[in-house]
Design a protein. Sequence first.
Length: 237
Amino acid sequence: MKAISAGNGFSYILKTDGSLWATGENGFGQLGIGTNASIDGFVQVMTDVKAMAAGEKHGLILKNDGSLWTTGDNGFGQLGDGTTTSRNTPKQIATGVASISAINQSLMIKTDGSLWAFGSNVDGQIGNGSYADCPTPVMIAADVKMASAGTYHTSFVKNDGTLWQVGANFGNFGDGTKNWATVPVKVLESVKSVAAGYLQTVIIKTDGSFWSMGRSDDGQLGNGSLEEQLSPVRLQF
């Protein structure tokens, strides 16, 4: 196997030969197999696939030629085809794509380093200055190295190592506040990678250290506390 991705009740597997396989809940067509019937065994979806991202109830599929295909729930416009109509067969919506991420919103980084977002924007996580859902991809930043779609916020790292956040902020921005943002805000420097979760964010800095911030109701920050952290806390291993 080359890669795996799991959404809400469904899973994707990418084999080393580039074939994409899916199984599980399929009420919105998120498996991309042409029906809305759920299945309990993996079936092949596409070939020549480079990467995939399983969202809440939709999927993003990146092919080796840089084309991006989407399938499944589209109630927020998260398929990026300019509509809110769900579908059960993958449709190409973009070219020149380098990487992807998805949950209720969808993210793609193009080969030129531009970051584009579409889908749910109820908390401003699209980053286009509004709270309106966005069914058509909109560019929100340039010179981006990686991006991660959280449940209510979006995190991304630029090539200069700066961390940017947008959307809901319960400390998960790591900027010492709970101020929400509808356009990306720069919060940290010297960041290598980021993962956005359910109102928490974890980062690896360029020196290899691991940090977390945000909500910790269930101990998800890993710092031995259930208290929220508005600034990054370094974790020791």
